[in-house]
Ligand binder design. Structure first.
Ligand SMILES: NC(=O)c1ccc[n+]([C@@H]2O[C@H](COP(=O)([O-])OP(=O)(O)OC[C@H]3O[C@@H](n4cnc5c(N)ncnc54)[C@H](OP(=O)(O)O)[C@@H]3O)[C@@H](O)[C@H]2O)c1
Length: 336
């Protein structure tokens, strides 16, 4: 009897400790529970992605550039696209230096996402070079820093043209090929802004919400193709050139001061979790430090609280922007 009680006590204590460990993990988490679980127990990118043909758009900088490096190290074959060919050549050179890939394993393909008439030919170029496309990473895009009342409508049109229409146009041509093969992955860099709303980014949020709505609907049209995965990645703030390249109040104006970006999630961490999500076919992955991650949970499960909190955080965001520092600088522990 006494032994029985002791065993039950130990089991209960073990259970409690496991629960506390999970809670601690969640509190310092930089991804939602599905991503962290996949990273801990799921399929590893190193086993799933070698030899796969991966086409990354927006590969000349930031997250796309780092994706190229990590994919090259793993042994994936790469098509890398963006508008600046010289930057893509630089990325290719480094990929060759850090991996065992050869010259022919990396295709540099200039692509303007807003030039939709070029997307079919671009897709055919990748297919001609590699014979197949296993993964399309829809990563190219630009953000926004401006208040709606101050912003010309042309800016909203340009954001949708690039982030939304450019992305779904390319997807259409690549998906035709994946449907013929009955397999493939379409990975799209959405954002936590595809889940929540935030000031200074109304057009950007709209474009990422559009992507979320589009890809969540597309997934339901592909039920006859269980081996085609639609994977939406939702990062919070990540170190990259995104702020230097933002849309502002009008198309001719660039941002005056992009501020210090060092408080944001390191690019390599965001990319690692993206590859984990890709390898595990996660439908949606939130990849972000707190407090944005916590706000995602609130936005999803307790929107009334989320709206209250965003009003508070939003005020600070606008103040930061007007005083010339990064809009999100106040919320980071690393910065304090
Ligand atoms: N960094 C973040 O905090 C963050 C958070 C959430 C989501 N995201 C998303 O992550 C993706 C990558 O952004 P990033 O942070 O890496 O920013 P980034 O460093 O500015 O990189 C953006 C990439 O998009 C390409 N691009 C821009 N306009 C293009 C066009 N018309 N056609 C083709 N490519 C174009 C750029 O290349 P070219 O200029 O050479 O064309 C560049 O390679 C974006 O979709 C962004 O919305 C970023």
């Amino acid at each position: 009897m006494a032994w029985g009680c002791a065993v039950c006590g130990l089991l209960a204590l073990g259970g409690l400790l496991a629960l506390l460990a999970q809670l601690a993990r969640w509190l310092r988490a930089d991804g939602d529970l599905t991503v962290l679980w996949a990273e801990w127990r799921g399929r590893r990118p190193e086993n799933e992605l070698p030899g796969k043909v991966v086409w990354v758009t927006g590969a000349s900088s930031g997250i796309g550039e780092e994706l190229a490096y990590q994919l090259a190290k793993i042994g994936a074959l790469l098509a890398i696209s963006a508008r600046r060919e010289d930057e893509l050549e630089r990325v290719k050179k480094k990929c060759l230096e850090i991996s065992s890939l050869g010259e022919k394993d990396i295709l540099v393909l200039r692509l303007d996402l807003t030039d939709r008439s070029s997307h079919e030919a671009a897709t055919n170029s990748v297919l001609k070079h590699f014979g197949k496309i296993d993964v399309l990473v829809n990563n190219g895009g630009r953000s926004q820093r401006s208040l709606f009342v101050d912003t010309n409508l042309d800016v909203f049109s340009a954001i949708m043209e690039l982030n939304y229409l450019g992305t779904i146009s390319l997807t259409k041509y690549v998906l035709n090929h994946m449907i013929q093969r009955k397999k493939g992955k379409i990975v799209t860099m959405s954002s936590v802004m595809g889940i929540m709303g935030a000031p200074l980014a109304s057009g950007y949020c709209a474009s990422k919400h559009a992507l979320q709505g589009f890809f969540n609907s597309l997934r339901t049209e592909l039920t006859d193709y269980p081996e085609i995965s639609i994977i939406n990645i939702c990062p919070g703030p990540v170190q990259s050139k995104i702020i230097q390249n933002v849309f502002t109040e009008n198309l001719a104006k660039s941002i005056e001061n992009s501020g210090d970006q060092s408080h944001k999630m390191p690019t390599d961490r965001c990319v690692r979790l993206t590859l984990v999500s890709m390898a595990n076919d996660l439908k949606e992955a939130w990849i972000s430090d707190h407090p944005y991650l916590a706000v995602c949970y609130l936005w999803q499960y307790a929107p009334t609280w989320a709206w209250w909190l965003m009003n508070k955080m939003g005020k600070k965001r606008i103040q930061n922007f007007k005083s010339g520092v990064d809009a999100d600088v106040s919320y980071s522990r690393k910065n304090k």
